[in-house]
Design a protein. Structure first.
Length: 192
C-alpha cells in the first residue's frame, strides 16, 4: 500500500499482508493522493507544493518520472482513467481546477473549474463518468467517453462532501458526510 502523507514530503509503503512498514519514498513536497495503475504497473502521486504528477515504480520504490501540471495549483486528487485513454485526472486544491494529463504526450490537455478545495475523484468506467468531490460540498460530473472530456454538471453534494466513491455494478454514487444534524451520514445518488 502507498499511503500519502499530506503534510510530509513522501509516501509510506506498507506491506498489505503483514502490515509491515517497508519504508518511505521521498517526493519533495506536500503529498496529495496516490493511485496504482495496474496496466502500467506504476503508482501516480500528486505533489501539491510542486504541482507535479510523480510516477513511482512500486517494486523498486523509486521515482521514475516527474511531470509538471500546467494550470494546476495544489495538486491533490488523482484518478487513473481506463487503459485505452492513457490519461490521469488531477484535482487541484489551490485553484479549484481539474486537469486532464495525457500520459503519452506528458502534458495537460484540458482544464476545468470545479468546487473549491477539490479532494477525491472517482470514475464509473462502464458509464464513462468522472466525479470530483470538493470540500466546499460541490460535486462535479464529467463525461470521459472519448479523447476529450466534457463537463456535464456541478451541484451540491452535501456539506463537506469531499470524498466520493462509485459502485461499479449499481453505478450509485456515494458521498460520506461528517455532520448532518450532528451525525455522520452516507448520501447515495442514483446515476442519471
Amino acid at each position: 500500500m502507498f499511503v500519502s502523507n499530506e503534510h510530509g514530503s513522501g509516501d509510506s509503503v506498507i506491506d498489505a499482508r503483514s502490515s509491515e512498514h517497508l519504508g518511505e519514498i521521498e517526493l519533495g513536497g506536500d503529498i496529495g493522493n496516490s493511485q496504482y495503475d495496474p496496466a502500467r504497473k506504476v503508482v501516480y502521486v500528486a505533489v501539491g507544493s510542486r504541482n507535479e504528477l510523480v510516477t513511482v515504480d512500486p517494486t523498486q520504490r523509486t521515482v521514475v518520472d516527474r511531470s509538471g501540471l500546467d494550470g494546476c495549483s495544489g495538486a491533490h486528487g488523482v484518478q487513473v482513467d481506463t487503459t485505452a485513454r492513457h490519461r490521469v485526472f488531477v484535482a487541484c486544491e489551490g485553484n479549484a481546477a481539474l486537469v486532464v494529463f495525457d500520459l503519452v504526450a506528458k502534458r495537460v490537455t484540458q482544464t476545468f473549474d470545479v468546487g473549491q478545495s477539490p479532494d477525491v475523484l472517482a470514475e464509473d468506467e462502464a458509464n464513462h463518468r468522472l466525479y470530483v468531490a470538493a470540500e466546499s460540498g460541490r460535486l462535479s460530473v464529467f463525461d470521459a467517453t472519448g479523447d476529450s472530456v466534457s463537463k456535464l454538471s456541478q451541484g451540491n453534494g452535501g456539506p463537506g462532501a469531499h470524498s466520493v466513491a462509485v459502485d461499479p455494478v449499481s453505478h450509485r454514487i456515494y458521498l460520506p458526510l461528517a455532520d448532518i444534524g450532528g451525525h455522520p451520514a452516507l448520501r447515495e445518488i442514483e446515476p442519471q
